[in-house]
Design a protein around this ligand. Sequence first.
Ligand code: HEC
Length: 257
Amino acid sequence: MRIPKLLQAVLVLAVVYFGFIVVFDVILEQVIPSSLLAMYMFFVVAGVFMVFTFTDAGARQLAAPIKALVEDPSRRLARNIVFVILPLAAGWYAYEKMSPSFEAPVELRSIHPAPPTTLKAYGKSFDIIKMENPFRHLEKDKPDEFRKRVSEGAAVYIQNCHFCHGDKLDGKGPYAQALNPVPANFQDVGTIAQLQESYLFWRIASGGPGLPKEAAPWISSMPVWKDFLSEEEIWKVILFLYDYTGQRPRSFGGDHG
Ligand code: HEC
């Protein structure tokens, strides 16, 4: 049995569409803007249409099921159903797009939103609840080596973070004035002192774009550091943040969960 041309065309479009989603979402782990996807699909539809209608016979075969649906007296029921459902679906879609939403606007920005349970970065999946700073144990086991990691973390900080978070880690870097929300002030007890190292890892690796909805409506300028720093560099800069400010990371089993 041969697959009808129209179905072939639809299948090709579906494969390309899901292909885009797989490439962006799964392989590149990037969100694809819907407008960009719409633009790609526009060209794909145009291309598929050109290929399928290249010959007269091809064009006729492609149109045959549609023509039959409209003209064939025996398809009356199917025709009526399609001509009722299509306009209804289009009307419903337009209504959904235009009608205002009654969801209450999120007014207060949650500064420390709950993290997701897993973080995808560096080609693997991290369990945010369980992961620990791989260098933290050195503090007790090998203090010399620990100092070395802290100073490597300081170098990462000065090269990447002080522009916003300040050379005294007080959130007053040269760019800070222009940013809203303002960069975190790590000296303040309201920031890293309240947080676990794994939480910081998540925030640093996925930055402002990785924040969930509750952290809206402001748009954080915090960069997505997993694109620029290695996993080890992030853990080392975390050591430095606590070391410099004299804070201790919060650990699980603390008084408020
Ligand atoms: C372009 C400016 C900018 C740079 C550069 C920057 N940050 Fe940020 N960062 C911010 C802003 C703004 C916030 C506050 C909004 C938010 O939480 O996303 C923030 C928040 C954070 C937080 C969350 C603190 C909390 O209390 O939740 C951490 C941790 C952090 N930054 C670490 C870093 C580290 C480490 C670097 C360098 C590798 C860095 N940042 C570089 C702008 C920046």
